[in-house]
Design a protein around this ligand. Structure first.
Ligand code: GLA
Length: 726
């Protein structure tokens, strides 16, 4: 039984294969957090201590006892206004203006399957794989009921949390802040690992000690953002890649979020993950509910590598959906860096022909094929094919492309509108803007109000009208600006950021229902919305607009902490690279792109015959390793921010096949040798290097490593394929 409840002392225990999570309803109905970490067997309420703590108030229930304080006790869902002065998971503003909600336990229920969240992405599981615990808390004064949802995927070592806030009272209330997960730690010193960045340089790892005060990351940009990814790790200070304790929190949401970590006055640590409280004040009338997006939790006592493995499994198998969840992804040739806006149907056909010649599966016609769109200043919203530019209809073009031997995909950006577009001229009020103010432009475009049904329905019709023209098997869904003008003609302002996201999810869900076999790749200026929420709809996401192999090593390293390689869109592009001006060998570019869903972002006509032969060989190799890359266990072997080389490997489930990839990052005179230590092999097994036939014990490769050649060139890369022999 993954979920246990002891009636006599009102303790809930959630057990997974290697972890336990415990909480308790105290004598007054407060839900206290007791423990989360490695598997335990007893009741952990002995951990709670109570002392008279100055300036930490006591609930009236305890009479004159000055030792019982919500300011000190670990909480499961801390609320503003009841004497816990730390960061709150929930702030309720009542009709009288007070910020208070006193939640007490009123009941619970367990279910034999994983809960689902209406309108929101969430982890799913087959029956028998997961259970749900629902705990009901209520404030008897304002009538607010909070249902805390816990999903337990025992074998996967995953616990998910969500919360539903419901107004069952007579007066309206406003939700000012809502998190889905809170973890309180009574003891320990922790670092927070977060992933910051910017456009074309996403998900750089930052490891910071959590000190007194609050350390917070989040987004107010309307999307999860390039700047901070909605996924963090709380690690004990000495935790490394393969040793030590760490907790991961992954928010399954693509909009504004807030993650706060705080060390309190008694050196206790609290971490919260949930909706961003800025730009958010969500009114709930009598009977209305707010569903807080899910947070996925996992714990590892074997370091960051094991934690990543759990998230890779959870996201790959329990969040990504559809035909492509477990199917090879097409190798793409994308027109963007090959032609930008300067193309016609013939250009696309030529790309398709060279794609077929090289062994590429699909051509993607990127931005520029619709409306008036010769650059990024106009046309968004006018989803009709510019046949004049293409020189033919879309149906004709897709037919020609298919006849050339490759499939066809297309780029769209449904959430946006250009001021210079027919749509905007007809419906200027469909763009998000604050009445009486001029909106902030970004890439010279505005954001459509996707919280409004009629706006979404109109765009949906237009997009379907396109997708029905010919055999279109892939869509790249882009979103190329941040949201500033948070205001809606229809809904209340404080709801817009949330309702907008619900609208985007609704659109995506309908699109998938209508085109169940369509592969949708997410994108937001590359990796500006690379999150678990989008992965529920789009099993792969363009990882970054930066295709420079060296920068990509770092971007993909950061991405790997939570997201499996099968979700990472990664292409070989031309040199000098368009984002950095750097030239890296075709081989190295290929090795880096093979850490994701592989493809090309260049004009093959510009390749020499020798390069074309090399590309054919790359594709042959990738197809050979595709399953290992997509389904194998991924291990980080070095840290490209600090080590002389970037190295990672994929090991098959049976540990009978592995692919090690290494890129040298530094070149100096009289260069020292880099030894790469492997991970995840069977220690006693013998592995053969398929290229030179040398044999090694798994243990030897893991304990002592393998010396990398010293070559006098920049950024050489190596791929070592190991096959188990005995
Ligand atoms: C974004 C994407 C690119 C490309 C352009 C097109 O920046 O990330 O890959 O599709 O838009 O405008």
């Amino acid at each position: 039984m993954a979920i246990g409840y002891q009636q006599e002392n009102r303790i809930f225990t959630l057990d997974t294969a290697h972890t336990s999570y415990q909480m308790k309803v105290d004598d007054f109905g407060f839900l206290l957090h007791l423990y989360y970490g490695g598997r335990v067997y007893g009741n952990m309420d002995y951990l709670l201590t109570c002392y008279d703590r100055g300036f930490s108030g006591n609930p009236s229930d305890v009479g004159n006892d000055r030792t019982y304080s919500m300011d000190v006790l670990p909480q499961e869902y801390p609320v503003m206004g009841i004497g816990d002065f730390r960061n709150s998971a929930l702030i309720i503003r009542n009709s009288d203006g007070s910020d208070c909600c006193d939640l007490r336990y009123v009941g619970h229920e367990t279910k034999k399957e994983k809960y689902r969240l209406p309108g929101l992405p969430a982890v799913y599981a087959d029956s028998g794989e997961a259970e749900t615990l629902e705990i009901y808390l209520e404030d008897k004064v304002n009538g607010v009921r909070v249902t805390l949802l816990y999903g337990v995927l025992a074998e996967a070592d995953i616990i998910t949390r969500s919360a539903v806030i419901e107004n069952r009272g007579e007066s309206g209330v406003t939700v000012g802040k809502a998190a889905s997960a809170c973890l309180d730690f009574l003891t320990g010193s922790y670092d927070m690992l977060s992933f910051y960045g910017r456009h074309t340089m996403e998900r750089n790892l930052q490891r910071e000690e959590i000190r007194h005060g609050t350390y917070a990351i989040g987004s107010r940009r309307g999307a999860s953002s390039h700047q901070y990814n909605p996924a963090v790790i709380l690690a004990e200070r000495n935790t490394t890649e393969d040793a030590g304790s760490c907790y991961g929190l992954v928010f399954v949401y693509s909009g504004n979020f807030l993650c706060e970590a705080e060390r309190d006055q008694y050196d206790q640590t609290r971490i919260l993950m949930g909706l961003q409280s800025d730009l958010f004040h969500y009114p709930l009338k009598k009977g209305e509910k707010l569903v807080v997006p899910e947070t996925i939790l996992s714990y590892s006592d074997q370091g960051l590598g094991a934690l990543s493995a759990r998230f890779h499994h959870c996201i790959g198998e329990h969040l990504c959906r559809g035909k492509y969840r477990n199917a090879p992804r097409p190798i793409l040739l994308n027109s963007w860096e090959a032609a930008y806006f300067t193309f016609d149907g013939n250009t696309i056909l030529k790309l398709a022909e060279s794609a077929a010649d090289l062994g590429i599966d699909m051509i993607v016609m990127d931005d520029g094929w619709f409306g008036k769109r010769e650059d990024d200043n106009s046309g968004l919203g006018d989803w009709h094919v510019n046949e004049k530019k293409l020189g033919c209809s879309l149906r004709e073009l897709t037919k020609k492309v298919n006849n050339a031997g490759v499939s066809f995909g297309i780029w769209i950006e449904p959430e946006m509108v250009s001021e210079d577009s027919e749509l905007y001229r007809q419906h200027p009020d469909w763009a998000l803007r604050i009445p009486g103010r001029e909106p902030v432009r970004c890439r010279n475009q505005l954001v459509l109000d996707f919280s409004r049904v009629e706006v979404r329905e109109y765009i949906f019709e237009q997009i379907c009208g396109i997708l029905d023209q010919g055999k279109i098997e892939y869509v790249k869904w882009d979103m190329n600006r941040s949201i500033v003008d948070v205001s809606s003609m229809e809904t209340c302002q404080g709801r817009v950021t949330y309702d907008y996201m619900i609208g985007v999810y609704d659109f995506l869900e309908k699109l998938l229902q209508r085109y169940p076999d369509m592969l949708i790749e997410g994108c937001s200026g590359g990796g500006g919305r690379f999150d678990a929420g989008m992965l529920y709809y789009t099993p792969q996401i363009w990882c970054s607009d930066n295709t420079d192999a060296l920068d990509r090593l770092r971007i993909q390293y950061g991405t790997s902490f939570f997201y499996p390689a099968s979700t990472v869109g990664s292409h070989v592009s031309a040199v000098p690279n368009h984002q950095t001006g750097r030239s890296v060998s075709l081989h190295t570019r290929g090795v880096v792109a093979m850490a994701g869903t592989f493809g090309y972002e260049l004009d093959p006509a510009k390749l020499s015959e020798e390069e074309k032969t090399a590309v054919r060989e790359q594709i042959r190799q990738y197809k050979n390793w595709e399953e290992l890359i997509r389904r194998g266990n991924y291990h980080r072997l070095t840290n490209p921010f600090s080590d002389t080389c970037a190295a990672w490997m994929f090991v098959s489930e049976k540990k009978d096949r592995a692919l090690v990839s290494v890129v040298m990052l530094e070149m100096h005179g009289n260069m020292t040798v880099s030894y790469v230590k492997m991970r995840g092999l069977e220690p006693q097994a013998v592995y053969r290097d398929t290229e030179n036939g040398r044999r090694y014990f798994g243990a030897d490769l893991m304990q002592a490593g393998l010396p990398m050649p010293v070559e006098f060139k920049e950024y050489p890369a190596y791929q070592i394929e190991l096959i188990r022999e005995a």
